[in-house]
Ligand binder design. Structure first.
Ligand SMILES: *Cc1c(COP(=O)(O)O)cnc(C)c1O
Length: 339
């Protein structure tokens, strides 16, 4: 019952992606609380498995896991050095001339990395800015120079080769470890691997890493069941009406738990009782979901929405989103168990 997170599966996924990256070191991206699964559990387990490099989005996320990891673990902060931020024990990835000069003024000698924009236009030094500062930045001894791919989940997209060429042009001869690939980039092949790869979603069982082991099982408790007559409506707006004598189960989860109303928008969302698919009927409300269990011989204590057969990407498809968003929306109210 509740949310079960399979730590050995995360470790196995990290090892599988690390093996695909061949000679490159494999880091672990644990931003957004390890994609909603609990960075305090995930990061130490991956350290145990051999990971020494971790990436978070915000310094505050880094400060939360810093005490949980031995000193030789590096925690890179993707947002870099924002004004007023405490970066003790963390490695900011400096994104702009402004961040570079702020960091060097406030943390002279402090460990840092550089993030370059190779085309995504989101974070990082533009080529011209980098050219102007490159000699000074390299003299200060960055730990890493990185960039990020915009279209790595589409192997045929021409942006991949363009970004690769831009990254090479900006970093040729710099003598500093380089990193370009996240999960999608690892799967693009060795040209994209450089010295360090940064898998995130693939660790947690999401596409585009098709070979990922499933990580999350989410079983929603059944609170009660009732018999509904033909013509009776169920839930807000009576958006579903019984056409036959039906048995309806009410489950303890809703959009406040990250199960968006849009998941039920076209009436195709199903839950699972073992091998049996159970259709969700009516609207998803804040705390409750209703499902038509008429076809079940008996109603179990809980129905699964995420399991090995219906993973985060399959659920995402019901509402037109991506597995990343399903993971990072998983609610705080679920009883969590770590395996
Ligand atoms: C989120 C992120 C990653 C991890 O990406 P996945 O697609 O989840 O593997 C790597 N690098 C950067 C800069 C990111 O923002």
């Amino acid at each position: 019952m509740g949310l079960v997170i399979d730590i050995p599966a995360i470790v196995a996924n990290w090892k599988a992606l690390a093996a695909k990256a061949q000679g490159a070191r494999a880091a672990a991206v644990v931003k957004a609380d390890a994609y909603g699964l609990g960075a305090a559990r995930v990061a130490p387990a991956l350290y145990e498995a051999g990971a020494r490099d971790f990436f978070v989005a915000l310094a505050a996320e880094g400060r939360e896991i810093r005490p949980l990891l031995p000193e030789d673990a590096r925690i890179f902060v993707l947002s870099g050095h924002m004004a007023g931020e405490d970066l003790a024990g963390l490695v900011p990835l400096l994104n702009s001339p402004e961040q570079f000069f702020r960091d060097r003024a406030l943390r002279p000698g402090g460990a840092f990395g550089i993030q370059l924009d190779s085309g995504m236009n989101r974070l990082g030094f533009e080529p011209g800015e980098w050219a102007a500062i490159r000699a000074e930045a390299l003299a200060a001894g960055p730990q890493l120079i990185m960039s990020h791919l915009a279209c790595a989940d589409e192997p045929e997209h021409p942006a991949n080769a363009q970004q690769l060429a831009a990254f090479r042009a900006m970093t040729e001869g710099c003598g500093v470890p380089r990193s370009l690939a996240a999960t999608g980039g690892i799967l693009l092949g060795p040209d994209y691997h450089f010295d360090l790869v940064r898998p995130g979603v693939g660790l947690y069982g999401g596409e585009p890493f098709a070979g990922a082991q499933p990580v999350v099982t989410l079983a929603l408790p059944v609170i009660q069941t009732r018999e509904v007559k033909p013509g009776e409506g169920v839930g807000y707006g009576y958006s579903w009406t019984a056409t036959r004598p039906s048995r309806i189960a009410t489950l303890a989860a809703g959009y406040a738990d990250g199960l968006a109303r849009a998941l039920a928008r076209d009436g195709k969302l199903v839950l699972w009782a073992g091998d049996h698919a159970v259709p969700v009927v009516g609207r998803i409300s804040m705390d409750l979901i209703t499902a038509d269990v008429t076809g079940l011989a008996f109603v179990p204590d809980a129905l699964e929405i995420l399991n090995a057969r219906q993973g985060v990407d399959a659920v995402a498809a019901f509402s037109g989103t991506i597995g990343y968003e399903i993971l990072t929306s998983l609610g705080r109210r679920y009883a969590r168990t770590y395996r």
